[in-house]
Design a binder for this molecule. Structure first.
Ligand SMILES: Cc1cc2nc3c(=O)[nH]c(=O)nc-3n(C[C@H](O)[C@H](O)[C@H](O)COP(=O)(O)O)c2cc1C
Length: 177
């Protein structure tokens, strides 16, 4: 059994990035177990960590540590990735010396309602993930223009189908390497 942890960096109910995560999940092989990682965590605070890692944070760290691969799907806010993702990564990297992402195969993706499709957010995210010593999937990249990707009926456009399945297959291969 392969376990994939999915982090979506939006708290919004109708989030495009959540919709994209669902589309990815639906295309994973049947024997893949998915852990949905909550980013609705307390703001990182060294004092809180010193007093004891909060239970919800520890639960996230444990899910990540036991995953074979991690997928991070983030919106772009002001040309950066979302604050809740950064906060989650900061917690996941702590306490010092206990980075739950160390050596993990990771892929990134992101959706925005624009043709740029989170390029700058993902570029920043990749830098941080390098520092966190993850094994980042280089290709294919996945910059999603929500308007062109999702169809009116709530699914995805036929033209996007091949691109999405290639991305999912590459991620599964990346995990196995
Ligand atoms: C504070 C803020 C800043 C934003 N900055 C960008 C941006 O730099 N680039 C972009 O493509 N979209 C930007 N957007 C639009 C978001 O991509 C859009 O709201 C998107 O739907 C958020 O993702 P979600 O649907 O998963 O919540 C911004 C939105 C907000 C609220």
């Amino acid at each position: 059994m392969t376990k994939v942890a999915i982090i979506v960096g939006s708290l919004r109910k109708e989030s495009l990035n959540k919709k994209f995560a669902q589309a990815v999940e639906a295309r994973l092989p049947e024997d893949v177990e998915v852990a949905h990682i909550s980013v609705d965590l307390p703001l990182y605070n060294d004092d809180v960590e010193m007093a004891g890692v909060p239970e919800d944070v520890q639960a996230v760290k444990d899910e990540i540590a036991s995953a074979d691969g991690v997928l991070i799907i983030s919106p772009e806010y002001n040309r950066g990735y979302s604050g809740v993702v950064k906060n989650a990564l900061d917690w996941i990297s702590r306490p010092y010396g206990d980075n739950s992402l160390n050596g993990k195969p990771v892929a990134v993706a992101g959706v925005s309602p624009s043709p740029l499709g989170t390029t700058q957010a993902q570029s920043q995210l990749r830098n941080v993930l390098l520092f966190l010593n993850t094994r980042i999937m280089g290709q294919p990249e996945m910059y999603v223009d929500g308007g062109r990707f999702f169809s009116e009926d709530g699914g995805i456009h036929v033209e996007a189908e091949g691109m999405l399945q290639s991305y999912v297959d590459a991620f599964m291969n990346h995990i196995k390497q």
